[in-house]
Ligand binder design. Structure first.
Ligand SMILES: *[C@@H]1O[C@H](CO)[C@@H](O)[C@H](O)[C@H]1NC(C)=O
Length: 241
C-alpha cells in the first residue's frame, strides 16, 4: 500500500504547494496598483499634448509641502523658458505627515474634472495658503470643515459653486484618482516631495527644491541635443531628395 500512497501524497502536496504559490502570486498582483485608463498626472501648459516629442519633466509635488511650494516657481519658469521643447507633468503626491495632503490632492483631481484649466491655479492657491491647511491650523477642526475650507478656496479658481466642488469629495472617482497618483509615485520609488524625473530618470536631491540655474544646466544640454537631432534628421531628409 505504501509505495502506491506515496506518489498520491506527493501529488497532493505538490498541488497544495502550487495552489499556495498561486494564491501568493494573486496577492502580489492585487497589491500592485491597477492600471488607470490615462497616464497619471496633470500635463502643464500649451506643450502638454506633445510631450512625447519633448524633454519630459515629471514632478511629484505635495500641495501642502513647503519644499514643493518652493520648488514650483523655478520649475515653472524653466519649463516655460524651454516650452515646447520641454514638457511638464505634475503628479500629486501626498506625504502622510501632512494630515490634509490627501484631501488637497483629491481637490486637484476634482478641479481637473470640473474645469481642467483650473488645476494649476488651484495648486498655486494651495501653495499660497499652506498655512491655512497646516497640521497646526487644522488640529482642532473636523475633516468636513477642512474640505469645506478647501472647497471655498477651490471654487474661486474652478468657477463652480462651493457646494458643487465639495460634493466632489463624496465622489469615489476623485478618491480613486488620488489613490492612483499616490500609488504611481510609490511604483517610481518616490519617498518625499518634491521628487523630479527628467525623461524618466530620477534627479538627485529628492525632497529638496531645484533652483532655476540648476534647471537650466539640466535642461539646456538636452534641449540642445534635441535641436541637433532635428537638424541631423532634416539634413538626412534633404540629402535624400
Ligand atoms: C476655468 O478655470 C480658469 C482658471 O481658473 C478660469 O479662468 C475660467 O473662468 C474657468 N472656467 C469656467 C467656465 O468657469
Amino acid at each position: 500500500m505504501l509505495p502506491q500512497r506515496a506518489p498520491l501524497l506527493r501529488r497532493l502536496l505538490m498541488a497544495g504547494a502550487l495552489a499556495a504559490s498561486c494564491t501568493c502570486f494573486l496577492l502580489v498582483l492585487q497589491a500592485q496598483a491597477s492600471v488607470p485608463p490615462r497616464y497619471d498626472g496633470f500635463a502643464y501648459g500649451v506643450g502638454a499634448a506633445a510631450w512625447k516629442d519633448a524633454v519630459l519633466v515629471e514632478a511629484f509635488l505635495d500641495p501642502l509641502c513647503p519644499d514643493s511650494r518652493d520648488a514650483w516657481h523655478p520649475l515653472r519658469l524653466a519649463v516655460e523658458r524651454y516650452s515646447p521643447m520641454v514638457s511638464l507633468i505634475v503628479h500629486p503626491f501626498p506625504l502622510p505627515y501632512h494630515t490634509y495632503s490627501y484631501h488637497a490632492c483629491r481637490a486637484l483631481h476634482i478641479a481637473n474634472k470640473l474645469n481642467s484649466s483650473s488645476t494649476y491655479p488651484l495648486l498655486e492657491l494651495f501653495f499660497k495658503n499652506q498655512g491655512k491647511f497646516s497640521n497646526r491650523a487644522t488640529s482642532s477642526i473636523s475633516s468636513t470643515a477642512v474640505t469645506g475650507e478647501i472647497s471655498k478656496m477651490a471654487a474661486q479658481a474652478v468657477g463652480n459653486s462651493v457646494s458643487e466642488f465639495q460634493s466632489g469629495f463624496s465622489d469615489m472617482r476623485s478618491d480613486m484618482a488620488a489613490r492612483v497618483s499616490f500609488k504611481y509615485g510609490c511604483t517610481r520609488g518616490v519617498a518625499g516631495a518634491p521628487f523630479f524625473f527628467v525623461n524618466g530618470f530620477l534627479q538627485p536631491g529628492g525632497g529638496s527644491p531645484i533652483d532655476f540655474s540648476t534647471w537650466t544646466s539640466i535642461l539646456e544640454p538636452l534641449v540642445a541635443h534635441h535641436g541637433q537631432t532635428i537638424e541631423m534628421l532634416t539634413s538626412v531628409l534633404m540629402g535624400n531628395q
